[in-house]
Each structure stands twice: as C-alpha cells, then as structure tokens.
Design a protein around this ligand. Structure first.
Ligand code: CAA
Length: 378
C-alpha cells in the first residue's frame, strides 16, 4: 500500500492552490453576498485545464487520475464551497457522456464542457422524486423522430447557467425504475425553460433552479444510453458525484480548520494566545481526527473509482463521513472564533452555511446510510 501522492498529484495540488489564491479566494465573499454565479472563474478553470483532468485526450482531456480531480475539488472548497459545488456537479454529466454517450454525442458535447465553454447539469430531482428518485414524473414520449418531454425538475444545481443538461424522464411508467430513460437537452431547446431560481442558505453563488419542460421536442439521437436504463445511469452518475461531494466537504472542513488554527495563534485573551488553552486544543484534536478519517475515505473512494473497482459503498461512506465532518468542523470553527465567527468579515459563517448542503444534495446522509446498509447486507 502506498500513501504517497504521485508527482503529478503533487503538481496539480500546487497549481490549483495557486489558482484558488489568485482567482477564487479574492471573490468568494462577493459572489456569496451577491448570489453571483462565477462564470468567468469556471471558464478560467477550463482554460487552465482543471476541468479536463481525468478525461481522454481525444475529447480535450488530460487523462489524469481520479485523485487529481478530488484534489482540485478539495482545494477549491477550502476557500469557496459554492465554486467547488458548481465544478463537482459539472463533472457529473461529463462522466455520464463519457460512459454512455455515442461517439457523436461525445464529440459534440465533451470538448466544450472540458474547456469550460459550456457548463453541465444533471436533472433527476422533482417535487415528488427527491430521495425516492424512482418516482420520476417527467415524461418522454416518442413522436416520430423526436421525444417530447413534459414535466418539472427542481433543485437543479447549475440550472439556468448550464448549456448541457442530462435529464431523467419516464418513458414507460409500467416498468418502474426500468421505465426511466436519460436524455441530453440543450439550453435553448424550444419548450425548455428555467423556472424558479432558489434562494438558499448556503452555496449562494451557485445557481439552483427549476427546469420546466412543456412539449419540449428533442431528437431521438439525444437519448443517453439505452431506453429504460436511465435509473441505473443516474445511480452510476451519483456514485461518482458523491466522491466529488465528499471532496467538497473535505475541503470545507480543512479550510475551516486551517482558518481556526491561524486565528487561535493570533488572538490573545487572558494574557496568552488562544492556541495555548487546552480546552481549545482538544476541540482542534477532535476536528483534526474527523478530517483525517474523512480524508482517507475520500482518497480511497477516488482510488477505487480510478481502478475500475466497485465503489458504491465507499463513495456513500466517504460522503456521509466527510459531509458530517464538514458540518461539525465549520460549526466548531465558528464557535472558536467567538463573535468574529458570527460576522461576515470572516469566512467562517459562510463555510458553515456552505457545509450544510453537503449533507443533503446528491443523496442525504440518511440515503447514504440506506446505500451503505444495502451493500453490507446483501
Ligand atoms: N449502480 C448501479 N445500479 C444501481 C445502483 C448503483 N449505485 N443503485 C441501484 N442500482 C440499480 C439496482 O441494482 C436496481 O437494478 P435491478 O432492478 O436491475 O436490480 C435498480 O437500480 C433499482 O435499485 P433499487 O431497488 O435499490 O432502487 P430504489 O428505488 O430502492 O432506490 C436509492 C435506491 C438508493 C434510495 C435511490 O433512489 C437514491 O439514490 N436516492 C437518492 C437520490 C439522490 O441522490 N438524489 C439527489 C439528486 S442530484 C442532486 O442532488 C442535485 C444536483 O443538482 C446535483
């Protein structure tokens, strides 16, 4: 077993750290305050090659390994949870196109996604299909050479900003999960519009919206994978996505931890720096131990994904532990900053707000327990 990072992974960490310092950290507070989607940052991430990391060279990728992607998300999330979330969700449709797309679909969509020229989104959730993802009510009916989509998706990350959407729709209700099919929908397709843009507790710079389909016709060539395979495609996509979410949560936790150590060294009370107080040191130890546990789970899930081995259980475990760690650590970090932690002059309150979503999206902690239990008990 080798716990060392490769030279490539070390280099990626160094370069993404630099990018975050120059391009992300300086605007993190402003984009949160103004609920502003950082389109220009995503474009730059693409130009620098950070969106192309693991994808094949023939589609503009760099053929790096999964851990490189994890490192990128972790480092971005240390300073901006919203930007990490945007990037993590952007990777999901690229992964699905790569795995299930036809040659034509890959050639058409992937190059623009990996350069950041286009943004991707994944639309499974509906008002009545949240944790119960099988209860999709958006329909897709074949009519000549087109499928006609009707229905509403909700809580879609990158909704309204994305150019390429992977949509899950019911093509045969009588078949249950085997009646769900995946489709690629482009942003300007007639009959497709953006509904309510959500106002959220955290990750305010990311866009979360409804998607509305009203007799939206898409050519049948836009089916992704085979008819009736959409639920499996969505589950496979979410397995990978959950590793990304776990990396995002890990980064948030590490970012808040580093801020806290720095603050405790600088701040004097009762005649000495706060870092000298044993009670606070013990909090730091608890935070550190949880972060280390999460870190190795996240890296291990990335390794399994890279190796082509099953990783459903490990992805869910990493997401469960890392997201609960992010919530624990950011909450404690606010507390340890006292009044300053509560003020918007410091990034801690934003980190705490941003951490909460990692326990919810791409499967709640409760769903992660269902996934893990089903793997352990089968
Ligand atoms: N990989 C491959 N196939 C899988 C799978 C996986 N990880 N998980 C399930 N399947 C397959 C099963 O093998 C089964 O196939 P067969 O019928 O051929 O045996 C089929 O899918 C149905 O599986 P289940 O019976 O287990 O399905 P279920 O209805 O009981 O649901 C669930 C299981 C795990 C609870 C699932 O519904 C789930 O993951 N729910 C949470 C959904 C979720 O994460 N939503 C978030 C959406 S995205 C988001 O957050 C917003 C965003 O913008 C990113």
């Amino acid at each position: 077993m080798n716990f060392d990072f490769t030279n490539e992974q070390k280099m990626i960490r160094q370069s993404i750290k630099q990018f975050v310092e120059n391009e992300i950290e300086p605007i993190a507070e402003e984009i949160d305050r103004n609920h502003r989607f950082p389109r220009e940052t995503i474009k730059k991430l693409g130009e620098y090659g950070f969106l192309a990391l693991t994808f094949p060279k023939e589609y503009g990728g760099a053929e790096g390994d999964e851990l490189c992607k994890t490192i990128v998300l972790e480092e971005i999330a240390k300073k901006c949870g919203a930007t990490a979330g945007i990037v993590s969700v952007h990777y999901l449709p690229i992964n699905l196109l790569l795995k299930y797309g036809t040659k034509e679909q890959k050639e058409k969509y992937i190059p623009k996604l990996v350069t950041g020229e286009h943004i991707g989104a994944f639309a499974l959730t509906e008002p009545n299909a949240g944790s119960d993802a099988s209860n999709v009510q958006t329909t897709a009916v074949l009519d000549g050479d087109d499928y006609v989509l009707n229905g509403t998706k909700c809580f879609i990350t990158n909704g309204g900003e994305a150019d390429t959407y992977i949509i899950l729709a019911m093509t045969d209700k009588s078949k249950g999960t085997k009646g769900i099919t995946a489709f690629i929908v482009e942003k300007d397709t007639p009959g497709f519009s953006i509904g309510k843009i959500e106002d959220k507790l955290g990750i305010c710079a990311s866009s979360t919206s409804e998607l509305i389909f009203e007799n939206c016709r898409i050519p049948k060539e836009n089916m992704l994978g085979k008819e009736g395979k959409g639920f499996k495609i969505a589950m496979v996509g979410l397995d990978g996505g959950r590793v990304g979410m776990a990396a995002q949560a890990l980064g948030l936790a590490k970012g808040a931890f580093e801020e806290t150590v720095k603050y405790l060294k600088e701040r004097n009370q009762f005649g000495k720096p706060l870092i000298k107080f044993q009670g606070l040191q013990w909090y730091l130890v608890e935070m550190h131990s949880k972060i280390e546990s999460a870190r190795w789970l996240v890296y291990h899930a990335s390794y399994l994904k890279q190796s082509g081995k099953p990783f459903t259980k490990e992805a869910a475990t990493a997401k469960l532990v890392a997201s609960e760690t992010a919530m624990f650590v950011t909450h404690k970090a606010v507390q340890m900053h006292g009044g300053y932690g509560f003020m918007k002059d410091y990034p801690l309150e934003r980190m705490m707000r941003d951490a909460k979503i990692t326990e919810i999206y791409e499967g709640t902690s409760e769903i992660m327990k269902i996934v893990i239990a089903s793997q352990i008990t089968r």
